[in-house]
Design a protein around this ligand. Structure first.
Ligand SMILES: *Cc1c(COP(=O)(O)O)cnc(C)c1O
Length: 382
């Protein structure tokens, strides 16, 4: 008798399936084929086309931002966000060690140095207390108004918190700290599209918010991303830089600086427009699933991770916390052997070869969570 048979049975019943159950499968239940066929029929599958413009308006409208810019993926949106807010080579950027690799990679593309601050135990997102402690211990305001790191002498230019698995972190407090220390706040909202904190959409608390539409995200177009902002100059510059820095002209190829081929193809935009139409339905469905899991784990020694007060999570990935690392590995082995896909949370960025020498604050909660968190099947259930 396996220890986790009842969990496996519950998941099979919940997904009404005796087959392999993935962690997160996309669902194409709307106008996907219609819109993609429209782009094929029009031949405008690439850099020109109406779906890109339409999507940029829709993502802005949905989140309540003034501007939206579509990108080829979430990583490029993050990279672009730092480029257009003046983060420079040799700057430092404060972020989580407990995040997906893309956050730390994008900081490296700038030539900046990630510095890893601890997360809160309940949100699994950046801890405002840890952030303030780190800055009080290591930061000093320069005559130019920027914050510098006492130890390295480098400028601390920005802070990139990430809303883990779509659970809103205490982003209003983080925003206030960034204001106090004059740090650019960029929200990595790749996992939290549609999540709400204190009445405000995820991605709307800083200068820029970024999203991902990779195959495993809440809505997907194969690969894609976006950034949102209220700042017109930043929006214009992001659009310019993501489209090879080309100056609009009926026929001339004029480029006024080194740009990037980061635009989203119209083919992908067609798919994401169809997915946007279903976003609220997906989130309702996922919140229902979270409720079922929450109920299942009541009165057990496993903790289901829930949204904090004032937060409405999209529950992109459902997560549990088990007693210790041995228990986690047993659960992972039994469920995956039974064809029910589960996964551990990411290895900490600070443990990876390319980031192991980066400064960090001790990361007590990050280490604790990285040993205990498991993700459970979280797909939309038709
Ligand atoms: C998915 C994700 C990204 C972006 O990923 P892409 O595959 O480049 O779209 C960035 N940050 C986090 C935390 C993510 O989960």
């Amino acid at each position: 008798m396996e220890k986790y048979n009842s969990l496996i049975g519950f998941i099979r019943k919940t997904f009404n399936s005796e087959d392999f159950i993935p962690l997160h499968a996309p669902h194409f239940g709307g106008n996907e084929k219609k819109y993609v066929n429209e782009t094929i029929d029009s031949t405008f599958v690439s850099s020109v086309g109406e779906f890109v413009n339409r999507f940029e308006k829709e993502i802005a409208q949905y989140t309540g931002a003034k501007y939206g810019i579509a990108t080829v993926n979430g990583t490029s949106a993050l990279h672009m966000a730092m480029l257009v807010t003046g983060v420079q080579q040799n700057d430092e950027v404060l972020t989580q060690s407990l995040t997906f690799i893309a956050t730390a990679n994008a900081i490296s593309y700038i030539g900046a140095h990630p510095v890893f601050v601890d997360v809160d135990r309940d949100t699994m997102g950046l801890s405002p207390k840890a952030l303030q402690n780190f800055l009080e211990k290591n930061g000093k305001k320069g005559a130019d108004g920027f914050t510098y790191n006492n130890t390295t002498g480098r400028r601390i230019a920005a802070c990139i918190p990430m809303h883990t698995f779509g659970l809103p972190s205490r982003i209003d407090e983080i925003a206030a700290i960034c204001e106090e220390w004059n740090l650019v706040l960029i929200e990595d909202a790749a996992e939290s599209l549609g999540s709400i904190y204190k009445g405000q959409q995820s991605g709307r608390f800083g200068k820029i918010g970024t999203f991902s539409f990779n195959g495993n995200k809440t809505i997907t177009c194969g690969g894609g991303g976006a950034l949102i902002t209220d700042d017109e100059a930043i929006a214009k510059r992001a659009k310019h830089l993501t489209t090879q820095a080309k100056i609009p002209h009926p026929w001339k190829f004029q480029h006024d600086e080194i740009g990037y081929n980061y635009r989203m193809p119209n083919l992908n935009a067609a798919l994401i427009c169809a997915q946007m139409e279903q976003l609220d339905r997906f989130i309702d469905n996922k919140r229902q699933l979270a409720g079922l899991y929450d109920n299942f784990f009541k009165n057990s020694d496993i903790e289901f991770v829930k949204e904090i007060e004032d937060a409405k999570a999209n529950y992109w990935f459902n997560a549990i916390i088990v007693e210790n690392e041995q228990e986690r590995d047993l659960l992972l082995t039994e469920t995956n052997n039974a064809g029910v896909m589960t996964r551990p949370i990411w290895d900490l960025m600070s443990s990876l070869p390319m980031f192991k020498n980066c400064q960090h604050d001790g990361l007590e909660n990050s280490i604790w969570l990285s040993e205990r968190v498991v993700n459970l099947p979280s797909s939309f259930r038709p």
